[in-house]
Design a binder for this molecule. Structure first.
Ligand SMILES: Cc1cc2nc3c(=O)[nH]c(=O)nc-3n(C[C@H](O)[C@H](O)[C@H](O)COP(=O)(O)O)c2cc1C
Length: 576
């Protein structure tokens, strides 16, 4: 055993990795933190970088475990008081400790970070507010000698403030949380990259698999750069396996999306404890081949939350208790869940609390009252989780995954059995397909939207269409000759139908959350539709349980030239 591997030993390795560019790797051979991503116990490195051109910039100073040795080593490389910029890929309370020291030593230095990071830092360091500068996507900063840095905001649920930095002089892309690994070795670079595969994959599974959608978006943004080297926040610098590693990230993201079962983990966390529980639960699910979509409700759009909870097979909600309640964002998310998520989905609840944990009980109680089945025990953890608490969360994630698989098997069996019973004629009728449309009608200021796929062209001259509509669909606003409506023809993959899924009632406005404009006939056009037709009813025929409405097309327009019509595929002609 070398001295460097003795218990408790830490150092900072310094090396040149490009013109005017040093890496300062704060190293530990021990498990640095209790979070799941460190559980392979291979140590880690907290990588910081120093560019010394006409201006001097440090990128990503480490967390407080390394503050002292890092600053000492940095001082050996330059006079810290001459530092011009401190660039941050993300912020957290741990990193703020080193940052505070650095800012008080480098009084002329400006902090460069994303807007969410700047907001967090301004409340942590109100005295230095004027020294914190937020950058936007593709902003640049010239350090001289061709080091014209450019910045790329890459928000994810776990790091909403994520920022990557590219230096064209060295073609180094500073990737912070992307392309890292928790492993500590003397090798600076990845020449032995095959050996790194397990650590790299584990790092991805723990940190990025639950946010694969946002990781893919970040990869797309960074793909335009001609990077020859990735300089990550942890582990070896990526030089020899850059294309392979990028391809791996794409492949691992795809693998997440192609899993049969998907669970949404919705949480907020004021101080990070509930977030740690969320990550551990996600890990338990992922290890059991269930794809996870992590939603940090603090930064998520309610429309996105709604889409994810409708599409997932189960969801788990995590909340801290603050002032006897869940934070507002969790209350909003719970409202969305209760109104939109089918009762057949499995659910779970977790949270960190201080003394009574009312938020956890409230969420669990509401879900129970709404008749959801629980896929794992409710997890309550006081303040910061211990290693044991995180293991309990991982186990809960695993048990949720197993229960989900059992439920799915049972449902598939029941569905196959019931499908076999469906009348064959109905099955055959169900194979008739129609384009998915929203008919919008108007009664003074009240607008209605009716989802239907029972539409077809009926005449050429004049151009006319036929719609079959039931009484329950509130078709009375198109029930008389002369009445007018707009037929919004939906586009594939836009998922607008969910806004019109239930039966619309007079007085309700299902268009509130959607882009609309008013047609000449006063009804609403969905601006995200593929095309629309303004129509006037001319004939109505009562047949069976439907009215057949024949309407003449007054005018129309295609809104998305390259789009494809959304089509309704059914298994039975006995229901929609
Ligand atoms: C302003 C404030 C109010 C709190 N109110 C409660 C409370 O009413 N009940 C409780 O059990 N814990 C309460 N706590 C403790 C938090 O729930 C606890 O610190 C928890 O670990 C926070 O989780 P987080 O790190 O995920 O934000 C409160 C904490 C703060 C800072």
């Amino acid at each position: 055993m070398t001295s460097s591997r003795l218990k408790g030993f830490r150092d900072v390795q310094v090396a040149n990795i490009g013109e005017n560019t040093l890496i300062l790797r704060s190293r530990t051979w021990e498990r640095l933190k209790f979070e799941v991503e460190y559980s392979r116990q291979k140590g880690t490195t907290a990588n910081s970088y120093l560019i010394q051109a006409d201006k001097k910039a440090v990128i990503d100073p480490p967390g407080e475990s390394f503050t002292g040795i890092y600053l000492q080593q940095l001082q050996e490389q330059l006079d810290i008081s001459t530092l011009d910029y401190i660039i941050l890929g993300h912020v957290n309370p741990n990193r703020e400790v080193t940052l505070r020291e650095l800012l008080s030593l480098a009084l002329g230095a400006t902090v460069i970070c994303s807007r969410p990071a700047a907001n967090a830092l301004k409340s942590a360091f109100p005295e230095w507010e004027g020294r914190i500068q937020a950058v936007r996507f593709a902003d640049t900063l010239d350090l001289g000698q061709k080091h014209q840095l450019s910045f790329y905001t890459v928000p994810t649920p776990r790091w909403p403030d994520g920022l990557c930095t590219y230096d064209p002089a060295t073609q180094i892309l500073y990737t912070d949380k992307f392309f890292g690994a928790h492993i500590c070795e003397d090798a600076l670079f990845d020449q032995d990259w095959k050996k790194l595969d397990p650590e790299r994959h584990y790092f991805f599974e723990c940190l990025h698999a639950p946010q694969a959608k946002q990781v893919e978006a970040a990869l797309d943004k960074l793909a335009v750069l001609t990077a020859r080297c990735y300089a990550p926040g942890h582990g070896p610098v990526v030089l020899y396996s850059l294309s392979r590693f990028t391809y791996d990230y794409r492949k691992w993201c795809q693998a997440q999306k192609s899993q049969d079962l998907k669970v949404a983990v919705l949480y907020t966390s004021a101080y990070g404890s509930t977030a740690s529980l969320a990550h551990a639960i996600a890990q338990g699910l992922i290890e059991n081949n269930v794809s996870v979509e992590s939603i940090n409700c603090e930064v998520a759009d309610p429309v996105d939350i709604s889409g994810v909870v409708e599409a997932c097979d189960g969801f788990i909600i995590g909340s801290p208790t603050l002032g006897g309640h869940p934070p507002t964002q969790i209350q909003t998310a719970l409202g969305i869940v209760l109104s939109r998520a089918a009762k057949t989905k499995l659910v779970g609840v977790f949270g960190s609390y201080g003394w009574s944990g009312e938020a956890i009980d409230l969420i669990a109680g509401k879900l129970k009252d709404a008749n959801y089945s629980f896929g794992c025990e409710t997890i309550r953890v006081r303040f910061s989780p211990t290693v044991e608490a995180l293991e309990q969360c991982q186990a809960a994630g695993a048990s949720f995954a197993q229960n989900l698989k059992k439920t799915k098997k049972l449902r598939t069996f029941r569905r196959v059995a019931s499908e076999a019973k469906i009348n064959r004629t109905e099955q055959a009728v169900g194979r008739i397909i129609g384009s998915l449309c929203v008919v919008s009608t108007r009664d003074l200021d009240s607008h209605q939207g009716i989802l239907t796929s029972w539409v077809s062209q009926a005449t050429f001259n004049p151009p006319g269409i036929m719609i079959a509509i039931s009484q329950e669909q509130n078709a009375d606003l198109m029930g008389e000759p002369g009445e007018q409506f707009v037929l919004n023809i939906l586009e594939e993959n836009r998922d607008l139908r969910r806004y019109f899924g239930g039966q619309s009632r007079i007085g309700e406005n299902p268009f509130t959350h959607l882009g609309t404009k008013t047609a000449d006939n006063g009804c609403l056009i969905l601006t995200e539709a593929l095309a629309y037709l303004e129509c006037t009813v001319t004939n109505i025929l009562e047949c069976g349980d439907r009215y057949l409405i024949y309407a003449v097309v007054d005018q129309g327009e295609v809104l998305e030239l390259n789009g494809v019509t959304a089509v309704e595929h059914r298994k039975s002609g006995g229901c929609y």
